[in-house]
Design a protein around this ligand. Structure first.
Ligand code: ACO
Length: 319
């Protein structure tokens, strides 16, 4: 039996930081409202002309360096994003060219904020089955460009960034199990329904959200998914070393940790300084805890994502 295993992680945040105080100056909101409802204090916003593939490139280089892997060794690149540079080619192909990684498979995965978890699950199967030997999996977003910056209900929640991992084939796990799910009947509670058609933008190009419905759904489905994952692997929540959930809202994260039975000190959070970076949030949080020495080789880690679709999923892995 062969597995896939994370050989290195990396991440990147754009330079510009927008604080809640900056937003107070532009729209009818307050630092107190945003922090008490979401835990978010600041978010990073990409510079004009800085594209998803640019953020992905920085994160990818750091992950490759951590994995002591050259771009030429990659035989698979999967990018999770809802904000691709263009309709096509895929951001994964643009990243491949920027990395100088020739002759490998490259494609994008679209599962909004669950995108990285979906991408990791797909890459895991391709690597563990022996079809591919070395994969780069990236979550990267310029979500700030999907926001109406005059809509206080949504623009305070999100930020831009990228995170990446290098996956290699291994004799020992590695990724233990992946659990993906979706419910398209909930498409209307979180969406950007705009698209390009006949040379025009059709529909609304900005994010629309029923915040309370998203909140309730996120807590319900991630609790179910966590218990399904633990049961499948015959482990208890207490045996987890780390919980790395999607970083949408500190209240969702705390509520989930409590319901699953994970101690607060085992929960990795980045939402305060980064906001919700959609597909980038899980690999950004993972990389931060690897680089500051909290997550160590051998640790048992539960990753979880939830987002538009609605989509959701869990990955249990040993570092
Ligand atoms: N500043 C000040 N007031 C605000 C703001 C703001 N930024 N946003 C909304 N309000 C106001 C509303 O207008 C409303 O005022 P009204 O009663 O006069 O109409 C009041 O605050 C309450 O609004 P609600 O939407 O009921 O606020 P709620 O307590 O539900 O909090 C929030 C909203 C934070 C969005 C919450 O529903 C939530 O966290 N939902 C989860 C959504 C989420 O995380 N989305 C991220 C994308 S999805 C994902 O990644 C899983």
């Amino acid at each position: 039996m062969t597995y896939s295993k994370i050989a290195g992680t990396g991440s990147y945040l754009p330079e510009r930081v927008v604080t809640n105080r900056d937003l107070e100056a532009r729209i009818d909101t307050s630092d107190e409202w945003i922090v008490s409802r979401t835990g978010i204090e600041a978010r990073h916003v990409a510079a004009e002309g800085e594209m998803t593939s640019d953020l992905a490139l920085q994160a990818a280089r750091r992950a490759l360096q951590a994995a002591e892997t050259g771009a030429g060794e990659l035989d698979l690149i999967v990018v999770a994003t809802t904000t691709p540079d263009m309709v096509f080619p895929s951001t994964a192909c643009l990243l491949q060219a920027k990395l100088g990684a020739r002759q490998c498979a490259a494609f994008d995965v679209q599962a909004v904020c669950t995108g990285f978890v979906y991408a990791l699950a797909v890459a895991d199967r391709l690597v563990a089955s022996g079809t591919h030997g070395c994969a780069l999996v990236v979550g990267a977003e310029v979500f700030s460009r999907l926001l109406d910056w005059n809509d206080r209900r949504t623009c305070v929640l999100f930020g831009d960034g990228a995170g990446a991992v290098v996956l290699r084939r291994a004799e020992t796990p590695g990724i233990l199990s992946t659990h993906l799910c979706a419910d398209g009947s909930l498409a209307h509670i979180l969406r950007v329904d705009g698209g390009i058609s006949h040379g025009q933008i059709r529909g609304n190009p900005y994010l629309e959200m029923d915040g309370q419905a998203v909140y309730r759904t996120a807590v319900r489905v991630l609790e179910e998914s966590a218990f399904q994952t633990l049961k499948r692997n015959g482990v208890t929540a207490r045996e987890l070393d780390w919980y790395v959930p999607h970083q949408a809202n500190i209240r969702i994260i705390n509520s989930l940790a409590d319901k699953i039975g994970i101690a607060p000190e085992k929960v990795v959070t980045t939402v305060a300084r980064q906001g919700n970076t959609s597909a980038a949030s899980v690999p950004l949080a993972l990389d931060s805890a690897v680089r500051d020495g909290r997550i160590k080789p051998g640790h048992l880690v539960l990753l979880q994502g939830v987002g538009g679709g609605m989509t959701w999923g869990s990955v249990l892995l040993r570092m």
